[in-house]
Design a protein around this ligand. Structure first.
Ligand SMILES: Cc1cc2nc3c(=O)[nH]c(=O)nc-3n(C[C@H](O)[C@H](O)[C@H](O)COP(=O)(O)OP(=O)(O)OC[C@H]3O[C@@H](n4cnc5c(N)ncnc54)[C@H](O)[C@@H]3O)c2cc1C
Ligand code: SF4
Length: 330
């Protein structure tokens, strides 16, 4: 039995001050993943600071086409917000394809971005894991790594980033707003998530006691025609083997706008910039889609058990773009 204190913060300043005051403390939002990890003895906080009384629950359409989502907005509320459904279908779909209805009712958007990896060795405290215990080694590299990353994987950690909605937010160039002891910051989502490099225990650019307050999604007319495709071992309640957040516009048969990001394959939500670059200006069709997918996956570093993800990711990209550009293919 380990002692664990619980406190409820009345406002953001109090929450930040309480967490800043103790290096072994953490924020608690919906608790859907934090509590699991404490129970499994993977995380050992001495103090959990409940932030659910903070009024960070807004979901607001911004004039001009953007979106502002408070960090404590629940996944289910964001998924059914009319402005999200109409203007950013890939966000709504990514949320609805994640977790379960009960979890989505509890789980917050800020907590979703901060969830930890699903690597079995990370959650098994008897196995070496550089993410849980820096310098102890990575059990997955020579172990069971069927679900692990083929993009952005290093020698220290090959776990995939688990969030679905983070993939859509990455395709949309979202900005994560934070507030901490050092003041306020706005981080591009691509800078918010870190590659494992030599510090696999550090998954986000957040400092201790830095609170996510809001996720800003800039206007993106291309996203009106967008989707989130999730390929997984079973149809519900399962993380992605491969996922694609895609948006595309076509004029006179040529691709004039495209957003593409991948989940389930990268150590962070993977913006497929090579594929986007390859597609712009090309005639929309399977040949261009397949060429773009091949270009993006050229840098993949598969291992014996997850090599199938390379072909799966290519096919998922082609299928997503075909579905968006040819409604008959749906
Ligand atoms: C069985 C199961 C299946 C799941 N399936 C999926 C899935 O398919 N796809 C998917 O995307 N997700 C999935 N999830 C993950 C789920 O979406 C997350 O557990 C949830 O989004 C976390 O939100 P929360 O509010 O409960 O966070 P909490 O558990 O309260 O917190 C999680 C972490 O975020 C930190 N945190 C919370 N809020 C803030 C904030 N505002 N600022 C800074 N730090 C903060 C906490 O300190 C903690 O470290 C699944 C979870 C479970 C348990
Ligand atoms: S892949 Fe990452 S999380 Fe999994 S055992 Fe290796 S270091 Fe740990």
């Amino acid at each position: 039995m380990r002692p664990l204190s619980y406190a409820r913060a009345a406002d953001a300043d109090a929450a930040i001050a309480m967490v800043a005051g103790r290096p072994d403390s953490a924020f608690l939002a919906g608790g859907t993943t934090e509590v699991d990890l404490v129970r499994q003895d993977v995380l050992r906080p001495g103090l959990l600071v409940d932030i659910n009384d903070l009024p960070l629950t807004w979901i607001e359409d911004v004039p001009g086409g953007g979106l502002r989502i408070g960090a404590l907005a629940r996944m289910s509320d964001v998924a059914r917000a009319p402005g999200v459904v109409a203007r950013f279908p890939m966000i709504a779909q990514a949320l609805l394809l994640g977790a379960s209805a009960q979890l989505r009712n509890m789980a917050s958007m800020g907590g979703n971005l901060c969830q930890r990896v699903r690597c079995g060795y990370f959650r098994d405290t008897t196995s070496p894991c550089n993410k849980r215990e820096p310098g102890s080694g990575c059990s997955a590299i020579e172990g069971f790594h069927r679900g692990h990353a083929i993009l952005g994987a290093g020698d220290a950690c090959i776990a995939t980033h688990p969030s679905d909605v983070a993939v859509a937010l990455t395709a949309l160039d979202a900005v994560v707003h934070t507030r901490g002891p050092g003041g306020e910051r706005a981080l591009r989502i691509d800078d918010f998530f870190l590659l494992p490099g030599d510090t696999p225990d550090r998954e986000r650019a957040l400092e201790h006691a830095e609170l996510i307050t809001e996720i800003e999604v800039p206007a993106a007319p291309v996203a009106r025609r967008s989707l989130y495709l999730k390929v997984r071992d079973r149809q519900s309640y399962e993380f992605a083997l491969v996922s694609v957040a895609a948006a595309v516009t076509v004029d006179d048969g040529a691709v004039t706008g495209v957003r593409l990001a991948l989940g389930g394959v990268g150590t962070k939500p993977w913006r497929a910039r090579r594929a986007e670059h390859s597609l712009l200006g090309r005639p929309a069709g399977e040949a261009a889609f397949a060429a773009a997918a091949a270009e993006e996956l050229a840098s993949a570093t598969p291992r014996p058990m997850n090599a199938f993800k390379v072909e799966l990711a290519k096919r998922a990209i082609v299928r997503s773009l075909t579905t968006l550009t040819n409604p008959d293919a749906r």
